[in-house]
Design a protein around this ligand. Sequence first.
Ligand code: AHG
Ligand code: MN
Ligand code: MN
Ligand code: MN
Length: 333
Amino acid sequence: MRRVTLTQFLIEQQRAGRITADLRLLIEVVARAVKAISVNVSKGALAGILGEAGTDNVQGEAQKKLDVIANEILLQANEWGGHLAAMASEEVEEVHHIPFDYPKGGYLLLFDPLDGSSNIDVNVSVGTIFSVLRHDKEAGEATEQSFLQPGTSQAAAGYALYGPSTLLVLTVGSGVHGFTLDREMGSFVYTTPFMTVPEETQEYAINASNQRFWEPPVQRYVEELQQGKTGPRGKDFNMRWVASMVADVHRILTRGGIFMYPMDEKCRDKGGKLRLMYEANPMAMLIEQAGGAATTGRKRIMALQPERLHQRVPVILGSKQEVERVTAYHQEG
Ligand code: AHG
Ligand code: MN
Ligand code: MN
Ligand code: MN
């Protein structure tokens, strides 16, 4: 079998006019950073990278050592390539500007360096999520305002999953494509072309410990799933919750399902739990590109006009029919 690498895939995308040379370079650099993060993740206690960093991020979360390391790796790898106007990260309060001695480019990169922090110390899958937006160089230096573009403006989105194998899942707006890291060769091999989310499913993902805080439409939807064969859905549903969004979304891209971190009384003040710009939007683009849907329960996620870099939103995504059903319950209620 002919092995196609990420590099070859990207060159072919460029030849087909789907991406610019700069976007190709940008994705290559992100992939290189992901390899470095993967090495650190897989060393675990041997590299002394487990545990708390002893600091808090802008979200008020205690940072893990690996949150900080992954953030540094991504920032440093992407600073000097000349393809970026600026970066933004879950772990950095303000926009990260490109140092003055490096050339600037026409793209903005946003990332969640390490997704699923609570799983690091227990050796469960974690990930990295990224989103790419365009920046008009004529408009001058990038500011927070430059980043506040709806998800529909994303030029590319993807995630890395550090599981039993390390995967890179990517969209540049023409389908969702999966690559597996060949650790010996040090290259990503194109293993899963055109990933799709099956329309129907019998699997759902939600943190059920928050049940008492959910709104009535989510209560109703989950209750119906739990009634199984004898309820209105006429079939049994299974539940999964890894608590690493990357792993939960990857399962949905692989075999379908619905993922919910909905609005609830616990996170209402903040607007939701997950972050719009570097968690919800890139995942929504991937899921839509794979034939699924992604809403807040009330609106399509990618159509939201962001107001802040670290803005939070409710997230309901996955198999189209299920997302449409929960969204309809919100509209009825
Ligand atoms: P992060 O580790 O980047 O802060 O994100 C954690 C997120 C997401 O990955 C996951 O779906 C969710 O938090 C889990 O939340 P609970 O611990 O409330 O289940
Ligand atoms: Mn975090
Ligand atoms: Mn996250
Ligand atoms: Mn994170």
